[in-house]
Design a protein around this ligand. Structure first.
Ligand code: GDP
Ligand code: MG
Length: 436
């Protein structure tokens, strides 16, 4: 895989051995080969590795204390830049906002439409899903099933053979019903073809979407990039959705698409279920591709200690009794950068002194992290919804037991109570506590 190859490429720089300019050149060449093998477009691979080399020499990798680690950091940063640097949100302005979903057949459009509907509904937006695949009656049923699971209304006209008309009628209906977001799922074909392109372009022209998303199967490698190019030329889309990243995808598509079509990746699909959707974060994807999160953190630990702004944000949430599992997880991330788990707990304002003499081993938090990561973002933010079946799923997903999940939830609740008590004592800062 790409990560093992990159790992191998960088290994030559690890350890205590002396690094020479030749070593860097060799490593960079290996990185380039690994990228090309992972379906990254050759030009893209060349330009990114040239940048990595310049960076490495510019930052004096040769005389750094841990040249291998600095190199990993440079590679991760460059891969992040390659994928656009920072995340780009979809545009949901408009009354209603209209999201048009396009792509080849089987790329995951209908599944993504359902997932996005579900995600936005959880953010309390009034969503309408629109079935515009007029060629396959099964596609309408598929969207209806997804809509039902997501609790989102689906607009369909099974008898109507005109996608443009359906889309127009749906928008009119959405306005009438005061929907905030309309997601239009369209028909695709197995290969790029003129009729499909014309139809989707006409739909776009008719409904003037605020956001046109191009959905592509990440398993299709270099083809994904070519398809993206063809759709972009016709549709001038606003963002890309990369699906099936849970599979055996080599990740090359994610690395090339941004550069080739100059459009940001906005979401990724990581499974068939409704909640298997994530906002695309270039830095996280880079770490995932490198498969070396830990090494990167180590490097960052040397460079920065602890994020002041994040600390302030957390303090505020604690004061409002809003500390949730997302915050807990972000604390875990912080600690990975810092070094020891004890420091993590100590970072929670007001808790430091209590854990000073406790024996906390770093491994102890691994199952906890696994459990939290097996929760959906919604569950992390709303632990109260964690009923028996959700707990079962989380235990299975994290390779732990129901009992461990229950324990964590109990401890977490206790921690929240403690935070609340501290708030009520009106201690440090003395901020007013909102009425609970
Ligand atoms: P469409 O033809 O573009 O509408 O594609 P569908 O939404 O019908 O998806 C095609 C197949 O891919 C279905 O079996 C989906 O369950 C599956 N699928 C879609 N997205 C993902 C994903 O992110 N991961 C996995 N594993 N399967 C997916
Ligand atoms: Mg479909």
């Amino acid at each position: 895989s790409l990560s093992t190859k990159l790992d191998y490429a960088i290994k030559s720089l690890k350890g205590e051995g002396k690094i020479t300019e030749i070593n860097v050149a060799t490593t960079v060449k290996e990185i380039r080969r690994a990228l090309v093998d992972a379906d990254v477009n050759y030009k893209v691979a060349k330009s990114v590795t040239d940048k990595i080399k310049d960076e490495a020499l510019g930052q004096d990798v040769l005389i750094a204390v841990k040249p291998g680690q600095l190199m990993v950091k440079i590679v991760a940063d460059e891969l992040t830049n390659l994928m656009g640097g920072t995340k780009v949100d979809i545009n949901l302005t408009g009354e209603p906002a209209v999201v048009l979903v396009a792509g080849l057949q089987g790329s995951g459009k209908t599944t993504f439409s359902g997932k996005l509907g579900y995600l936005l509904k959880k953010q309390n937006r009034n969503v309408l899903l629109v079935a515009c695949d007029i060629y396959r009656p099964a596609a309408i049923d598929q969207l209806k099933v997804l809509g039902e699971q997501a609790g989102v209304e689906v607009y369909a006209e099974p008898e109507n053979r005109n996608a443009v008309e359906i889309a127009r009628n749906a928008i009119a209906y959405a306005k009438e019903q005061r929907k905030k977001v309309v997601i239009v799922d369209t028909a695709g074909r197995l290969a790029i073809d003129e009729q499909m392109m014309r139809e989707i372009a006409e739909v776009k022209k008719a409904i003037q979407p605020t956001e046109t998303l191009f959905v592509v199967d990440s398993m299709t490698g270099q083809d994904a990039v070519n398809t993206a190019k063809a759709f972009n030329e016709r549709l001038n889309f606003d963002g890309v959705v990369l699906t099936k990243l849970d599979g055996d995808s080599r990740g090359g598509a994610a690395l090339s698409i941004r550069t080739v079509v100059e459009k940001p990746i906005k979401y990724i699909g990581t499974g068939e279920k409704l909640d298997a959707i994530d906002v695309f974060h270039p830095d996280r994807m880079a770490q995932r591709i490198l498969g070396m999160g830990d090494v990167i953190s180590l490097v960052e630990r040397a460079q920065q200690n602890f994020d002041e702004e994040e600390a302030r944000r957390l303090q505020k949430k604690i004061r409002k009794n809003q500390f949730d599992f997302n915050d807990f997880l972000s604390q875990l991330e912080q600690i990975k950068k810092m070094g020891s788990l004890k420091d993590l707990v100590g970072m929670i304002p007001g808790v430091g002194k209590m854990v000073k003499d406790m024996d906390i081993s770093d491994d102890a938090f691994k199952p906890i992290e696994a459990i939290i990561r097996s929760m959906t973002p919604y569950e992390r933010a709303n632990p109260v919804v964690l009923n028996g079946s959700r707990r079962r799923r989380i235990a299975d997903g994290s390779g732990t037991s129901i009992q461990e999940v229950n324990n964590l939830l109990k401890q977490f609740e206790e921690m929240r109570k403690m935070m609340k008590a501290m708030n009520n004592m009106g201690g440090k800062g003395g901020m007013p506590v909102p009425n609970a």
